[in-house]
Ligand binder design. Structure first.
Ligand SMILES: C[S@@+](CC[C@H](N)C(=O)[O-])C[C@H]1O[C@@H](n2cnc3c(N)ncnc32)[C@H](O)[C@@H]1O
Length: 303
């Protein structure tokens, strides 16, 4: 069974489309006995699995840097203590040398791919955006705050890593870098799959190539799954509705969530958007006696 009430914690990496705020709704509306694996083909920051905390999990993503980081924390090659030493050292260099040091770390990361450097860049890049160019190189500029790694921030990041280290301890979880097709192919009837693919036409970078054809292909494969699923998807914005939903998921339960995007550089990305969580019929738990909820800047309605 999934935990009934979760006060979701933020994972150590921030990425576009992070679903920390959605976790309580996911947990509350999914019925699953937890006997199989919790599968995420699009793990991203890991916010969902890390808070749901199933016993067995297959967590995959094509972004090798995310997978490397979680594997490093799982194997204790990266701990809160080792990260603290690293961030104090590199943070002090950033403070004294300035942005040149950020670009040195960025070059080193693009040459060597260290998970320590990934966290450094993720937490000191402009607007907190994770973006890789067409050659798979991280290309986000500096946030222009040389004193970025003040003790309070270092402590906060290290606490997030310590929390994740504890969550991973003793769990039968596999982190794998692979495309979603391979991940879905590994599912069995007792599993549950949570899917959060990139949105068509948004956040496109090297690791987020996504178009209508990919979305259709995924939807078709999801409907062929032999296990339960939940699928995060955009439903509408002020300009249009996502017709893809009725085409593939008309018989499923939808939970709509209206919210404002805060991550992103343009006005367009900050617009209100209705997202939906689609849950396979047999796995859906309704909220009895309540048909509307709101939490902070989230609004949720059961349809
Ligand atoms: C919207 S994000 C997932 C966000 C995640 N649920 C969270 O809370 O952080 C989509 C993820 O899909 C990954 N991705 C993009 N294309 C993929 C593919 N073809 N196969 C597997 N993962 C892919 C991206 O690297 C990205 O991490």
């Amino acid at each position: 069974m999934l935990p009934k009430e979760i006060s979701a914690k933020a994972p150590p990496v921030k990425i576009q489309g992070i679903k920390t705020k959605l976790v309580p709704y996911i947990a509350r509306h999914i019925k699953w006995d937890g006997k199989g694996k919790w599968i995420e083909p699009f793990t991203g920051s890991g916010a969902v699995a890390f808070n749901i905390q199933p016993n067995k999990a297959l967590l995959a993503d094509t972004n090798v840097h995310l997978i490397n980081l979680y594997s490093a924390i799982q194997s204790k090659r990266l701990t809160a203590g080792s990260l603290q030493d690293y961030l104090f050292k590199e943070g002090e260099k950033l403070r004294t040398i300035g942005e040149e040091h950020y670009y040195d770390i960025r070059k080193r990361f693009n040459d060597e791919g260290s998970p320590y450097d990934f966290i450094f860049l993720n937490r000191s890049c402009f607007n907190g955006v994770v973006r890789f160019n067409s050659k798979g190189k991280f290309n986000v500029p500096f946030c222009r705050k040389p004193d970025r790694f003040r003790p309070a921030l270092v402590t906060k990041i290290c606490n997030q890593v310590a929390w994740l280290g504890k969550v991973l301890h003793g769990k039968d979880w596999d982190f794998v870098c692979q495309p979603w097709e391979k991940t879905l192919a590994a599912s069995e009837p007792s599993d549950f799959v949570y899917l959060d693919p990139p949105y068509v036409g948004r956040h496109t970078d090297y690791y987020n190539q996504w178009d209508e054809a990919a979305a259709d292909n995924l939807a078709i494969k999801v409907r062929q799954l032999k296990c339960g699923f939940a699928y995060s998807m955009w439903r509408k914005n002020q300009y249009r509705e996502n017709t893809h939903l009725d085409q593939h998921f008309a018989d499923c339960k939808f939970i709509d969530i209206e919210h404002f995007y805060h991550v992103g550089s343009s006005e367009e990305l900050r617009n209100a958007m209705v997202e939906t969580l689609i849950i396979s019929d047999e796995n859906f738990i309704p909220d009895l006696g309540e048909d509307k909820k709101s939490s902070g800047d989230l609004q949720i309605a059961l349809l």
